[in-house]
Design a protein around this ligand. Sequence first.
Ligand code: COA
Length: 396
Amino acid sequence: MGRQVAIVGVGHSKFGTRHDANIAELAWESIRQALDDAGVGQEDIEYFVVSNAGGWSSEPLPAVVVGEYAGLNPKGTVRVEAACASGSAALKLAHDIVASGQADIVLAVGIEKMNESPTPTVVEYIGRAGNFFWEFQNFGLTFPGYYALYATAYMHKYGATEEDLCRVAVKNHYYGARNPKAQFQREITVEACMNSRYVAWPLKLFDCSPITDGSAAVIVASEEIARKLTDTPVWIRAIGAASDTSNLSKRTDFTSLRAAVEAARMAYRKAGIDPENPVKHIDVAEVHDCFTIAEILAYEDLGFAKRGEGVKLVREEQTYIGGLIPVNLSGGLKAKGHPIAATGVSMAAELTRQLRQEVEKERQATINKGIALAHNVGGTGHYAYVTILSLEKPSK
Ligand code: COA
């Protein structure tokens, strides 16, 4: 399986509308923090991976633009894209380069400036990433529409309500209000969510992740280098990755994302986590709540709850700190923001800081098992990555 790989440095920009910085400056905001955190210089980075979905922003080839500004030339680079899971794909590539022995220190940075285009352009661009030919062009499906289909299927099958969906948003805004890097730093109520305008029934404004500018960076290293750099390396214990059809019409179940189930299965097997009861191994999770229904599907796809019972975790507040398993203590995509290709790197940066017990006190999970999980979905379930991080070095 190659060499063990650890995260040795992380950085995170402020998420939001960032007209104050161009793409290179915004990427540098997190890269600089990651270099400082790892205690290394640009000259130590042997290769860098840039995740960016682009389309809506001015630089079509941002990897070299970021590298030039960040002083990383002449190191090799590549831009990766796996829709909203691009950041996890970047982390996997960085991991694989180190695990295979091709390099000892690699940087993964996710960067997005979505607010360089108006909302209708962004919504169209994301919508075309479902399936352009059959579903966007013929039926005009956009992402709020796709996830509204999941929501109605789940509500019909399991009796969830719009209030239940809003409860996910209330939790994530609660923690976003305690995260200085989050786009929305204000709490909301179920009532305010219920009164927000419909985007695609039953999803309302407060059920949606926003349009976000931001960057996040992670530096990974081989075991030998990691031990020299830090006393608290965060090991990448397992990465599960899977894909599914681009056409929703070819899927058989709208209350589960098959790719996420498969990615979780792979990650649990590699990490030695019991798939029947994964929460007994995990202290904290970040899951892909691009729309509130997606967080409930994630609970079930990851095995945190049985089928149809994810909504119970929400009603019983089991995914707050102190519950069965705390989820999205960063504010999640909903409140922290969702700069598409930066999200997966942001999850890894957040969970690294959670495991090191460095986040703001009110949103710090209790760490006693030393394991964190990131669930990052691209498209409508086209791609899924499940990444397991641990304080303890994997046994093999
Ligand atoms: N949640 C909460 N508040 C939001 C919000 C969100 N998702 N999006 C915008 N707002 C707030 C803004 O802060 C603003 O508040 P203000 O008037 O107090 O300043 C107000 O709502 C209007 O914002 P605006 O930017 O005009 O909203 P919009 O209509 O342009 O965009 C959506 C709203 C929901 C259409 C847009 O955020 C969207 O498309 N989200 C989904 C993105 C997506 O599909 N991502 C990929 C998922 S896989």
